[in-house]
Design a protein around this ligand. Structure first.
Ligand SMILES: [Zn+2]
Length: 342
């Protein structure tokens, strides 16, 4: 429901008095007043974006009908009414951003998310929201924006796994003994305390990534996550991990390996260079970026993978672009998800 911000006073303010008070404001406060006045006079740019996307993509969240009409305003947004089932909704209904407040700060927040080194705290300070709000917004904004990936890899596709220590950061009750300052895995080798992330990238730069479970890589995880993303005539290039060999044999995919453990980083196969340097470079960009966050909870890892992917691919060039991706993803129809409302 729309709320009134007038604080109960109905009388109009004395303008000379208002101007005098504005003169006493700092430069930062005056800029904030400019933004506020711009929205007051021109309308909220965020509301305009939401409404534009709604008319382009939206369908009724109950019956998926695209026959709807305008039906007043609520919470600063145009409201619509379905002509078939009579349900009312707005441009945020069914999106991850439904029921989030402070819309006038969303574009500034999206600008923070475009910054590769943006922490929850620094974004909260820049946008002047509570750190808890900053954290909640980060993951809501990434919920659909993280889903963007190419349909398939073609030609020569490199694949390799990397590991991150499993983290229960933010959980009040740990399921294991706490580690000191992040620490190291309690077990040696590749244990189930390590989360296995596979990155695959073809030589055109098309890249996919996925969490392949805990501990050592299994061929079954590759069948589930990698196979649907490979064109039939792809040549898979990996290190000498047996899981890739078993997977390729089972799936009937051409496979070439470099034995990194024996120091072979690159070899020639006819005229083709066999190496995994492109995925290795992606791993190191991902891991060095992740250090800004002092560890991330494993349950949010797919959000960070998608966020890093979007940054690495230069996918989102503006705050508005990020907001669009947060509101309707890149390919996802709006009527598919209504699970994000609280
Ligand atoms: Zn309907």
């Amino acid at each position: 429901m729309a709320k009134s911000n007038c604080g109960g006073k109905r009388s109009r303010p004395n303008l000379p008095h208002l101007y005098a008070r504005l003169r006493r404001c700092s430069t930062r406060q005056r800029l904030a007043v400019c933004c506020f006045m711009s929205e007051l006079v021109n309308g909220s740019p965020v509301a305009a974006i939401i409404d534009r996307l709604a008319r382009e993509h939206m369908s009724c969240p109950r019956c998926a009908s695209r026959r709807f009409c305008r039906h007043g305003f609520a919470s600063g947004l145009q409201r619509y009414r379905c002509r078939d089932c009579a349900r009312t909704f707005n441009g945020l209904t069914g999106t991850p951003l439904a029921r989030l407040r402070l819309k006038h700060k969303w574009l500034a927040y999206c600008d923070c998310l475009r910054d590769a080194a943006c922490t929850v705290k620094s974004a909260a300070e820049k946008v002047a929201v509570h750190p808890n709000t900053s954290f909640r917004w980060r993951h809501r904004f990434l919920q659909w924006a993280k889903l963007d990936r190419p349909a398939s890899l073609q030609g020569i596709a490199e694949a390799e796994e990397t590991f991150l220590l499993e983290s229960e950061k933010g959980k009040k009750q740990l399921t294991r003994a706490p580690r000191k300052r992040g620490g190291v895995a309690g077990k040696g080798g590749i244990s189930d305390q390590l989360v296995n992330i596979v990155v695959a990238r073809d030589r055109s730069g098309a890249t996919i990534d996925f969490i392949a479970g805990r501990g050592v890589l299994k061929a079954s995880a590759l069948h589930t996550h990698l196979l649907p993303k490979l064109q039939r005539d792809v040549m898979l290039v990996t290190d000498a991990n047996a899981a890739y060999r078993a997977f390729s044999r089972g799936a009937g995919i051409d496979h070439q390996a470099v034995n990194l453990r024996q120091g072979v980083r690159k070899r020639m196969h006819g005229k083709l260079a066999i190496h995994v340097q492109n995925v290795n470079a992606y791993h190191s960009r991902f891991k060095s970026w992740l250090r800004h966050f002092n560890g991330v909870a494993t349950r949010y890892l797919d959000n960070y993978l998608g966020w890093r992917w979007a940054i690495d691919m230069g996918r989102i060039a503006s705050a508005e672009g990020f907001l669009r991706a947060a509101l309707c993803g890149f390919q996802r129809p709006r009527s598919l998800s209504t699970t994000t409302q609280r």
